[in-house]
Write a new protein. Structure first.
Length: 94
């Protein structure tokens, strides 16, 4: 199992987990500020784009310092590197 952001161009993986980000639902950060809930808001957004446990995903482009370009279902989607590092996948041999 590895974060999606660690897969290289052309690699395929199966999503096994979508980990929440640093700020959890309603939690205050070290400065006392409240942030939106990654688990609900971004998790819902990822689901709307087709990212869900069990879904197959292919890396189209993974260049340093750039968003990842992936194929999920029949769509090409660009996602930020931080989000990609929270999507855990199991590599599938091609």
């Amino acid at each position: 199992m590895a974060p999606l952001g660690m897969l290289g161009k052309g690699e395929v993986g199966e999503i096994v987990n979508l980990r929440p980000g640093r700020h959890h639902a309603g939690a205050a950060c070290e400065h006392g500020h409240r942030h939106h809930a990654y688990g609900r808001e971004n998790g819902k957004r990822l689901a709307e784009m087709g990212f869900s446990v069990g879904q197959t995903i292919e890396i189209i482009e993974n260049s340093p310092g750039m968003p990842l370009l992936v194929r999920v279902h029949d769509s090409r989607v660009a996602i930020g590197r931080g989000v990609a590092m929270r999507i855990m996948v199991r590599r599938i041999a091609s």
